[in-house]
Design a protein. Structure first.
Lengths: 167, 289
């Protein structure tokens, strides 16, 4: 482990999700497959709601096109007082429907969580939301948004630590 | 049928979006959407279209193979398809999965098949209607096919290997980076479990994308001939095998060679690079080829 770089603990405690995310997971787990799909579609249609607004400023902005995703994705992080994270996301038009749905779910579910909590969030909740039928080789980008959010949180925490060390 | 579709070798296998708009819900036809984006159909589809999922509906859940004839008959019956029904396929990604589904239908001997030129993207870009309403389908009767026609249009590892040994045409339709062995995944996609990069020795690199225009429609017969007939030196009686990673992009090229250019013996090696690139002792070539 490199000095000064935030890394999650090697043996994280038993998985516990942020409350808002846990509520969404609980809802999806209770739904039959058909209603799961309907809810995923509904979430996929809400991505505009989580785009940056003209009057907003951010602590970190990360807009890029990766090999792992079909289009450009922008992740914008604002950490409010009390270490409450708020995400905004921009998605290119070629992003797949499942990825869009996961974007809205994560923006809503991780709102007000601490960056450290997001960084340590296990990805095992994704199949609980998406359902076994939709997770397959060609739908792995469903994990992509979470990876990008964690990446931004890691940079944020590293910068914070560096600032504290130099102060 | 309007020009230039009539100039293709089998123009009956292609319809334009204009034609489709005028023939929605025509008796004796069934419109089928098949996508890579698994939820795309649910977000809105062409009115009257049913959805066929390339994995859940067409592939065996346990063995890496296609469904058995009885399962195919059941799939057709619940989607209102009889042996006399003309099935018109379209989908996302320039019709990758639509041509894959069409090829799978051909495996079961269903020959009344067509592709919507330009697929879903063209229909949407033209501002044509989409609906979330799933059609009320009256189940049809579909006798269980006596066999699958794997021998005619499907190649297995042994076939591709023999093709390589005999110096017969092998068309690698993946991206140049995949062909050269620089990457083990296709651009914009996650790794799909391939251990080694490269291509089958002797294969020619002709990325699938060369066959389509910007709007996802197929290139003209003259342009396609330049690419495959002149560029690759393919002759009408050649036995041709096409492959990619898992068989969907090569389905697209299989459709081009079979229906648009009229090559008579074209097989899709659906095991493709996820089989060859992982197979113990399978020979691999790297670089330009």
């Amino acid at each position: 482990m490199s000095k000064g770089c935030y890394e999650p603990p090697e043996n994280p405690p038993p998985s516990s999700y942020p409350k808002k995310l846990a509520n969404i997971i609980g809802l999806f787990e209770s739904l039959p497959e058909e209603e799961k799909r309907e809810n995923l579609i509904a979430y996929s249609e809400q991505t505009k709601k989580y785009e940056p607004r003209p009057d907003e400023t951010f602590d970190l902005e990360d807009v890029r096109k990766d090999e792992e995703c079909t289009d450009t994705v922008g992740v914008f992080l604002k950490v409010h007082e009390g270490r409450r994270a708020q995400f905004r996301i921009t998605l290119g038009p070629q992003v797949q429907t499942l990825t869009k749905a996961m974007t809205s779910i994560l923006c809503k579910g991780l709102e007000d969580s601490a960056p450290e909590e997001i960084l340590e969030l296990p990805a095992d909740f994704v199949p609980k939301i998406v359902g076994g039928q939709l997770v397959r080789a060609r739908s792995q980008t469903v994990y992509y948004i979470l990876t990008r959010m964690k990446s931004v949180c890691k940079v944020y925490l590293n910068r914070l630590r560096a600032a504290q060390q130099s102060a | 049928m309007s020009e230039p579709l009539s100039q293709y070798a089998h123009p009956e296998a292609l319809v334009s979006t204009d034609w489709l708009a005028e023939h929605l819900n025509e008796p004796g036809t069934r419109l089928v959407e098949s996508n890579e984006d698994l939820l795309l159909y649910d977000t809105g589809h062409i009115p009257g279209a049913v959805h066929i999922d390339w994995r859940q509906d067409l592939q065996d859940p346990l063995v890496r193979d296609y469904i058995a004839p009885a399962a195919f008959a059941a799939l057709c019956e619940r989607n209102g398809i009889s042996p006399e029904t003309t099935v018109i396929f379209y989908g996302d990604k320039s019709n990758w999965w639509a041509t894959y589904a069409l090829w799978a239908f051909r495996l079961f001997g269903h020959t009344k098949v067509k592709i919507v030129n330009g697929g879903r993207d063209k229909w949407v870009k033209e501002g044509r209607p989409l609906t979330k309403d799933k059609p009320k389908v009256t189940p049809a009767e579909y006798p269980v096919p006596a066999k699958r026609f794997d021998d005619e249009i499907r190649a297995f590892y042994e076939d591709a290997h023999a093709q390589m040994q005999d110096g017969l045409p092998l068309i690698d339709v993946r991206s140049p980076g995949e062909f050269k062995g620089d990457v083990t995944h296709m651009p914009e996609y996650p790794q799909e479990g391939v251990l080694r990069g490269g291509h089958i020795p002797g294969a020619k690199s002709v990325p699938w994308k060369m066959a389509v225009n910007e709007d996802a429609t197929f290139k003209s017969p003259a342009d396609l001939q330049k690419i495959y007939t002149e560029g690759c030196g393919l002759k009408k009686d050649d036995e041709i095998v096409a492959y990619c990673r898992i068989g969907e992009r090569s389905s697209h090229t299989w459709f081009v060679l079979t229906y648009l250019l009229g090559y008579e013996t074209v097989r899709n090696y659906d095991g493709s690079w996820t089989e060859w690139g992982n197979r113990v002792r399978a020979p691999i070539e790297r670089g330009e080829g």
